[in-house]
Design a protein around this ligand. Structure first.
Ligand SMILES: *[C@@H]1O[C@H](CO)[C@@H](O)[C@H](O)[C@H]1NC(C)=O
Ligand SMILES: *[C@@H]1O[C@H](CO)[C@@H](O)[C@H](O)[C@H]1NC(C)=O
Ligand SMILES: *[C@@H]1O[C@H](CO)[C@@H](O)[C@H](O)[C@H]1NC(C)=O
Ligand SMILES: *[C@@H]1O[C@H](CO)[C@@H](O)[C@H](O)[C@H]1NC(C)=O
Length: 442
């Protein structure tokens, strides 16, 4: 989610106090959460001038469950690399649709009065979204560290919804915090400051569109069974100009090109598709400049629908084509089956909307990120990427050292290659049979 930032600095004069308490003894060095998938009827949040609105359709949102307070109260928040603050307790009655209100009701609430460790920080803030927004009141409280029977993360500052509009969930903003966009420690900062992680880094696998499992976020670590081959290292680009003002720090990476590989293996690379791209798990869709959107429309023979999306026949979803995103010498090939979403029965659309405006900038949301494994390393301002695969779990600690992730190799074989998925005996046995037949007839 791209959040409006106006006035965010004001509130933090009050919050900038040094937090002093003993650090937690954890040998583990990492903290992992499953990524939850929730489907809901939605009205796009980002109804702003540079983005097209999308109507009443079913979309997928990725969340994590946090347990806040003493005793712990579970709440689900949207996993959002595009913003940098955590807040909970949206006003469900004002959710955009009834379906969202239901989801909101079921997402858990944090009741400050029921926590013995709650601290009122005495500051309020309004976070505006394209459509809707949240007035929050800052609190500090403990957050449970799953798998650790020692202490929780203590005194974490976050927002409690006072009055929010058109939002079904709170937001777990895990962008750049203290020293970048904030004057207080956000969740990533606290995990590092309190010794849970060795670096201000985390990795994300969202998991496939139609698989309920396979997604995980690991703070301070990497899962080498969630990707194949080597990770590629990229610079986290500095703030990119957004409109007329300097933007905040975000996870910007230089994208070299966008293209397509059709089911008939025709490869096309789009002109003028080199640009900075924002990696944003809080965005369901990817936003590309109009000329690339138009090229995709042509190449998919797609129909521009009233809501601004590109409709394609649902029958192409299972065809073996890919939409290709290249960064340096890494190309992430997003299969049609992950890039195209069924929004209603019989209504399928590409996971892309046009991004208007004079600057060429891309936002790569879930429609891209599902096919990537990404490490966000704020300690060294690097982003690492590889193609996502799921072949189990093998979590490893990520030290704060520059390039530490380059030593980790993904343990999965690519699902795209025929022979990787066929047991060797299927090849050896027929080969032996052919030999035997040959011997017989010679
Ligand atoms: C959105 O669509 C769902 C199912 O198609 C329907 O039940 C609901 O009333 C619609 N909401 C709006 C606001 O149109
Ligand atoms: C959500 O919860 C409120 C309060 O308990 C209730 O009044 C409302 O009907 C619920 N909404 C839905 C859609 O379930
Ligand atoms: C594009 O779609 C139209 C209408 O759906 C169809 O008539 C036409 O044959 C398609 N063209 C190609 C090249 O697939
Ligand atoms: C990578 O591995 C090599 C060999 O094990 C080691 O010498 C080097 O320090 C490692 N580099 C990082 C950045 O961890």
């Amino acid at each position: 989610m791209m959040l409006a930032l106006a006035g965010f600095q004001l509130a933090f004069a009050l919050l900038g106090t040094a937090l002093t308490f003993p650090t937690i003894e954890t040998k583990k060095g990492l903290l992992s959460f499953p990524v939850l998938q929730k489907r809901s009827q939605s009205v796009n949040l980002r109804k702003r001038d540079n983005v097209v609105a999308l109507g009443n359709v079913s979309t997928l949102t990725y969340l994590i469950r946090l347990e806040i307070g003493t005793p712990p109260q579970p709440v689900e928040v949207v996993l959002d690399t595009g913003s940098f603050e955590l807040w909970v307790d949206p006003t469900c009655a004002t959710a955009a649709t009834q379906g969202q209100e239901e989801k909101c009701n079921a997402s858990g609430r944090y009741v400050p009065g029921q926590s013995s460790t709650y601290v009122d920080k005495g500051a309020k803030q309004y976070i505006g979204y394209g459509k809707g927004g949240a007035e929050i009141s800052y609190a500090a409280d403990s957050i449970l560290v799953p798998g650790s029977n020692s202490q929780p993360l203590r005194n974490v500052v976050f927002g409690v919804g006072v009055d929010t509009t058109e939002l079904a969930w709170g937001v777990g903003g895990i962008g750049h915090g203290n020293g970048f966009n904030l004057h207080y420690n956000n969740l990533i900062d606290e995990l590092h400051a309190q010794g849970i992680t060795q670096s201000k880094a985390f990795s994300i696998a969202l998991g496939g569109q139609y698989s309920e499992t396979g997604g995980a976020i690991i703070f301070g670590g990497v899962d080498t069974k969630k990707f194949g081959g080597k990770l590629h290292k990229f610079d986290n680009m500095p703030p990119q100009i957004e409109g007329s003002k300097e933007g905040p720090w975000r996870y910007w990476v230089q994208m070299k090109s966008v293209g397509i590989t059709t089911p008939n293996k025709v490869v096309a690379t789009y002109e003028y598709s080199t640009m900075p791209a924002l990696l944003d798990t809080g965005s369901t869709w990817s936003y590309l400049p109009q000329h690339i959107f138009d090229s995709l429309q042509d190449d998919f023979n797609a129909t521009l629908s009233e809501d601004g999306s590109l409709e394609v026949p649902c029958s192409i979803v299972d065809q073996p084509g890919t939409v290709d995103f290249t960064f340096g010498d890494l190309t992430i090939q997003v299969p049609y089956s992950e890039f195209i979403s069924q929004l209603e029965p019989g209504y399928c659309a590409l996971g892309v909307l046009p991004r208007k405006g004079s600057y060429d900038r891309a936002v790569l949301g879930d429609s891209f990120l599902r096919s990537a494994y990404v490490i966000f390393d704020q300690t060294n301002q690097h982003l690492y990427m590889a193609s996502y695969h799921d072949c189990g779990t093998n979590e490893q600690i990520l030290s704060g050292e520059v390039g530490a992730a380059l030593n980790l190799t993904g343990q999965c074989h690519s699902g795209h290659h025929l022979f990787a998925s066929i047991p060797m005996c299927w090849i050896i046995v027929p080969a032996a049979f052919v030999l035997w037949v040959l011997v017989l007839f010679l």
